[in-house]
Ligand binder design. Structure first.
Ligand code: NAP
Length: 287
């Protein structure tokens, strides 16, 4: 069907795989994609989350993106359920965050972050690429504004999102002649449980305390003030369905231009702006 069509195939028909469909942005994606007539498969690690995914109108699949055998089994189950039907997109949404100074970061935590946020997305995408090439589907990657600017105390997370950005850029360029489009979605803070799941760890050394506490307060406010997950899900749905999606979609409360300009400022200016979050020593003493 696609080969007969002189226009680029518009991805309004078919199925979409959303990783991490049990919570936050992934759960919102189910609704946004279904409302555009797409069939949705959504992954969860805990089978207890399957019922909510079914209630939301999607087909649940068990998958831990950090476990290659689990990714293989989940992708095989997806392809079997699809039969010859079209795979319109894979939305690599599953992810985690952590907070704390580099000095205290256990290397095992950094490895885990990269396994889930980067290698997980690569792993799922690799296995589905043959089918996406056949179906001229899409790869959507949930990055973050932390993939543009590396904030203090969010270093491991920023490393994972910068790596995801590089994956997205090189993949998009590799797939240029295949009809598969790659879209990186970059939300700013979103109101989801990812922030309440953070393990604050032991109090950091005195040298980091003012900066860390200021940043931690900022992160805690996010659950209250962040974007609604549906704002991001609508962008994901656009990434899947627009005939010519952009390579990157910023989803922020502010004018996206602010973030584009921000990243091009001299490092010393960005350091100064981010440093203004530091708590002064009197409020540190009270904490
Ligand atoms: N919230 C924000 O402010 C924000 C901003 C920018 C970008 N993002 C990105 O958006 C994505 C979704 O985050 P969210 O805010 O919606 O977080 P969330 O509510 O904590 O949801 C994270 C999802 O990822 C899944 N997940 C975590 N580890 C997994 C693993 N090893 N294998 C499979 N699934 C796994 C979780 O499933 P389980 O239920 O199995 O744990 C859950 O469904 C992430 O990539 C995040 O980095 C979030």
């Amino acid at each position: 069907m696609g080969a007969m069509n002189p226009e680029p195939l518009v991805a309004t028909a078919g199925s979409v795989l959303v990783t991490g469909g049990s919570s936050g942005i992934g759960a919102a994606c189910i609704e946004a994609l279904r409302s555009r007539g797409l069939r949705v498969f959504a992954t969860a690690r805990d089978p207890n989350d399957f019922a909510a995914i079914v209630r939301a109108g999607a087909t649940p699949l068990a998958m831990d993106v950090a476990d290659r055998a689990s990714v293989e089994a989940g992708c095989a189950a997806l392809l079997q359920a699809l039969g010859s039907a079209r795979l319109a997109a894979v939305v690599n949404n599953a992810g985690m965050a952590s907070i704390g100074p580099w000095e205290d970061l256990p290397l095992s935590d950094l490895r885990r972050m990269l396994e889930v946020n980067v290698i997980g997305a690569v792993s799922v995408t690799q296995l589905l690429l043959p089918r996406l090439r056949r179906d001229r589907g899409r790869v959507v990657l949930l990055s973050s504004v932390a993939g543009r600017v590396a904030m203090p105390f969010l270093g491991a997370y920023a490393c994972s999102k910068f790596a995801l950005e590089a994956f997205g850029d090189s993949l998009r360029r590799e797939l240029r002649r295949t009809g598969v489009k790659v879209v990186v979605v970059q939300p700013s803070a979103v109101r989801t449980p990812i922030w309440s799941r953070l393990d604050p760890g032991p109090p950091p050394a005195e040298a980091y305390r003012a900066g860390y506490l200021g940043f931690r307060d900022h992160v805690l406010k996010v659950e209250r003030d962040g974007l609604p997950p549906m704002r991001v899900a609508e962008a994901v749905a656009a990434a899947v369905t627009l005939p010519r999606p952009p390579a990157r979609m910023l989803v922020t409360r502010r004018n996206p231009l602010v973030y584009r300009l921000y990243a091009s400022l001299p490092d010393s200016v960005i350091d100064f702006v981010l440093g203004r979050r530091d708590k002064n020593s009197s409020s540190v003493d009270k904490t």
